[in-house]
Ligand binder design. Sequence first.
Ligand code: RFL
Ligand code: PHB
Length: 393
Amino acid sequence: MRTQVGIIGAGPAGLMLSHLLHLQGIESVIIESRSREEIEGTIRAGVLEQGTVDLMNATGIGERMMREGHFHRGIELRFNRKGHRINMHELTGGKNVTVYAQHEVIKDLIAARLQARGEILFNVGDVSLHDLDSSAPKIRFRKDKNGELQEIHCDFIAGCDGFHGPCRPAIPKTVRTEYQKIYPFGWLGILTEAPPSAPELVYANHERGFALLSTRSPEIQRLYIQVDPADDIANWSDDRIWTELHARLATEDDWKLIEGPIIQKGIIAMRSFVCDPMQYGRLFLAGDAAHIVPPTGAKGLNLAVADVQILARALDSFYTSGKTELLERYSATCLRRVWKAERFSWYMTSMLHRHHDHTPFEHRIQLAELDYVTSSQAASTSLAENYVGLPME
Ligand code: RFL
Ligand code: PHB
């Protein structure tokens, strides 16, 4: 099989890249190790930056998002049993955040790719990368997991295979530097059949640990609590989860958390991670394959989309004028923005979670930070401009 760009992974990065390349007249083939049903059903991110929303609209895949998404002009930071609103719309000159689930973005992208006769091979196995430092790299894989070995011959490979995929390890160890921070806490996330308890997202710092109130639709809500990342979900009965949520989100006024049946629950660990460089020869990494952020800043999917926008532009410049300059600068261009999102995600995580090794002094510093960021116009503006998304370059 031959194509211009071989894409490994049908997450937001791989699918959006294939979509953007198609609009530029560049051919690609995506290979994905999971089934279509699985990737369309995996519950992950919920918050889209203004830039992601604008890109979806500009490239013709925003229609359902505009109909079914929720457009929020602010967020609430809750601490000492009081809510403090950050009016992001006002502080950023009219930008919003959109709550629209990642798997809905995935469905919209897959539908658009298939309608345009794009090729996505699901359920592949044994993926390996070859001849990356030549001008004719190859991807080898098995169709339908255990089928015959096949090859994709291409000009470029896009490694969009998430944190655990084979692309990043294909960059020789001597070439890449990895930066990592593992946090001593994780998130227990639930989906519940209940109406929204608040009009906007609520991030709560509480002595029992962090809690987050988010939404999916008028009928389904998404909530998280900070837990030990090694904890077993079997230890968390629905009652225990609601008790924690009530305690951590409680306010001194008569605000009420609305309960409903819990229809999904799970625990995720949290880390910050960056691989530098994000490219090697004809291989370009994008999204979680190259960097991970803790979800407190709601940045992961948005960073994946920003990377592939930069990559699509660089590939366009190569195919239309033969210039390699943007491709050579790809990693440096992405990493400037990535490190700022890493900083912001680390900052939000540090400010909002309970750190068991914190001294009373450090705890007071954390509360002072929250007080400052919610009372100073300069500090609120800084938080808001990072949350809605920094400029592309
Ligand atoms: P993905 O989504 O992991 O997709 C990678 C794809 O590659 C496939 N793959 C392979 N395919 C072929 N061969 C192989 N050998 C392969 N190995 C793997 C995988 O099956 C998969 O389909 O990476 P991508 O595209 O870079 O997208 C990144 C985002 O998914 C991720 O950053 C976000 O989900 C992070 N995130 C959030 N991001 C936001 O922007 N806003 C949020 O509100 C937000 N909330 C979250 C989040 C992530 C969370 N979890 C579960 C980690 C909330 C949570 C709880
Ligand atoms: C979500 O709705 O899943 C969500 C919202 C905000 C975050 C992370 C996840 O910071």
